[in-house]
Design a protein around this ligand. Structure first.
Ligand code: SF4
Length: 151
């Protein structure tokens, strides 16, 4: 586990645990998204392997309890990655529309999406490979695309 990952793993705990008590911490997700989307323009998925808090959790902790089984074949299909992306973004947009302009509720939404995707990532990581979620993560797909479009 890299030194940068050891630091970043704390961000995940701050967001998914601290965010339950103080929803504005969810905006840390927005800050990270802005950062990694900019970074992906220059370095593709560099964020994923060095700084992503969830990736750090998967590498640092889940790798120790993972069954390390092959990925489900469907995870390697591009159409499936984009399907997950479209579903994720649709749910995100619907929730934003439903919430309206309430800043605390929007923060809480980021916290809950981070928490839910982290739980899914842990379940997948333990039952297959530690980074199984990263094969279909919508933010990873987006970084891949950004890196390829601009280079
Ligand atoms: S694919 Fe997603 S969860 Fe995995 S390291 Fe990248 S941004 Fe993080």
């Amino acid at each position: 586990m890299k030194k940068s990952q050891k630091i970043m793993i704390w961000f995940l705990l701050i967001i998914v645990i601290g965010g339950l008590f103080y929803p504005l911490l969810g905006y840390l997700v927005v800050g990270m998204m802005a950062f990694f989307l900019t970074l992906s323009y220059f370095k593709g998925r560099y964020w994923c392997w060095n700084y992503c808090p969830r990736g750090a959790l998967l590498d640092g902790l889940i790798s120790k309890v993972s069954f390390k089984k092959p990925l489900p074949k469907i995870f390697t299909k591009m159409w499936f990655r984009w399907l997950v992306f479209v579903v994720f973004i649709s749910v995100f947009l619907l929730r934003i529309i439903h919430i309206g302009g309430d800043l605390f509720a929007i923060g809480a939404m980021f916290v809950s999406m981070c928490l839910i995707t982290t739980i899914v990532a842990i379940v997948l990581g333990v039952s297959t490979k530690q980074r199984a979620w990263c094969a279909i993560c919508p933010m990873g797909t987006l970084q891949d695309k950004m890196g390829k479009i601009f280079h």
